[in-house]
Design a binder for this molecule. Sequence first.
Ligand SMILES: [Zn+2]
Ligand SMILES: [Zn+2]
Length: 348
Amino acid sequence: MKAMVYDGPGRRSWRSVPDPAIEHATDAIVRVEAVTICGTDLHILKGDVPEVAPGRVLGHEAVGTVIKVGTAVQTLSVGDRVLVSCISACGACRYCRQGHYGQCLGGGGWILGHLIDGTQAEYVRVPFADNSTHKVPTDVSDEQMILLADILPTSYEVGVLAGAVSPGDVVAIVGAGPIGLAAILTAKLYSPSHIVAIDVADARLDAARKLGADVVVNSRTEDARAVIDKLTAGLGADVAMEAVGLPDTFEESVRLVRPNGHVANIGVHGAPATLHLEQIWIKNLTITTGLVDTHSTPRLIGLVANHQLDTAAMITHRFEMAEFDQAYEVFTDAARSGALKVLVSAAT
Ligand SMILES: [Zn+2]
Ligand SMILES: [Zn+2]
């Protein structure tokens, strides 16, 4: 089969590799029909995730059809259309029993395209298949479904739920990339009074407005805190979400929130940030961070199937697998291409 292979920092290639086979009785093999590229894949390509070995097939998000199941797989059959989640789950360890699949101790967690071969391929081996896939409702498209593999549950769980977004809240979202935009979509489910999207790129702020932000702030030219002060009589935001992963934007998120407010860090950080405890110790803040568990995926699938959540609006570019290199180029150069999420489909 063909697959997108990580060849060490700065190098990848779409090339032939052996087809995956069942290795454990709980595995399934899925023919990949739709797949996307995540910001995390770009981090891997920069060499930021050293546990990814050269030769690894990239990708941790897919929709496809089950073509083979191991003897211990109980709920999937050949022909089932499934979402392959970014998080695999053994289902039996302490964390899995608590729904914290992202921290799985039994060989799951984020392993696809990380510790084992991933989904940017014609076929993928999915471990613990019963617990690591979700059946796709018949009338939901690949485009609607694919974003439920990672960024929708990530934004919803680590941003909206951990941030405790409540009706009437003023919600500040720092960063209007794919994760920030997904946070806008899922925060809206809770009827906040205002969603304020903050970014330095006008194109991303336009996208934020289209997806439901009430106020947009270009922080190069405007002071986000002043804008939020106007909306909150000087108190600050009820919830601030960090959706970038830089020290500055984390520190900004802490500055934007009111006493008793929540700071929900969604961003993936590669450097330390300063927590100004000398200023905030008195403010009764709740600060949360996390890796997605994907316990919310069934709920999100239901919302998409019932037309209460339109995830496909975030897909800006479409490619066939033979054009995978081009898909990477467009996604990597998002500032110029305007790419939010790219969909790569198997040839029909
Ligand atoms: Zn991802
Ligand atoms: Zn587990």
